[in-house]
Write a protein that binds this ligand. Structure first.
Ligand code: THU
Length: 160
């Protein structure tokens, strides 16, 4: 038996103003998307914005459904739209923000496991890391240099 240690390094910024101008712009788009969330059941609004290598920004918000599992997270709404609209473009950066309607969300909210798997598909496909930045309603921003950094032991197509 041998033990394997898997380490993840994240960068933490005290506020969005401490990030570069392009990330501030991207986060602004994520906030705009968050404000369009359709979340009558959870009251938890999430926005995602993705910067593509063609300069376009594609954004999305969570879309819920009375049949709960039929709803979709903001990250997947955005990434599937980006993949559908610009199939050849590479995804460079993704900004995420989440805000509960019931309380002030001050901690950074990372993408859920299912969204990490969905984002991983595109990172593997394009063979280029996607930087992920996530925040709550405001406050600290966490940067991961890639999706793989957030999902060790990823399941991906090369094994099929
Ligand atoms: N949600 C997202 O949009 N992204 C995530 O990564 C986690 C959760 C949404 C799904 C649902 O509409 C609400 O947040 C509560 O789970």
């Amino acid at each position: 038996m041998k033990e394997v240690k898997i380490e993840t390094t994240l960068e933490i910024y005290d506020a969005i103003e401490d990030t570069s101008q392009d990330i501030q712009n991207l986060m602004k788009e994520a906030v705009k998307a968050r404000d369009k969330a359709y979340s009558p059941y959870s009251k938890f609004d999430v926005g995602a914005a993705i910067l593509l290598d063609n300069g376009e920004i594609i954004s999305g918000s969570n879309q819920e459904n009375a049949s709960y599992p039929s709803g979709l997270c903001a990250e997947r709404t955005a990434i599937y739209y980006a993949g559908a609209k610009y199939p050849k473009a590479k995804m460079l950066k993704m900004a995420l923000t989440a805000s509960s309607q019931n309380q002030l969300t001050l901690q950074p909210i990372p993408p859920c496991g299912a969204c990490r798997q969905a984002i991983a598909e595109y990172e593997v496909k394009q063979d280029l890391p996607i930087e992920i930045y996530f925040m709550g309603a405001k406050g600290k921003v966490v940067k991961s240099k890639s999706l793989a950094n957030l999902l060790p032991l990823v399941f991906e197509s090369s094994v099929l």
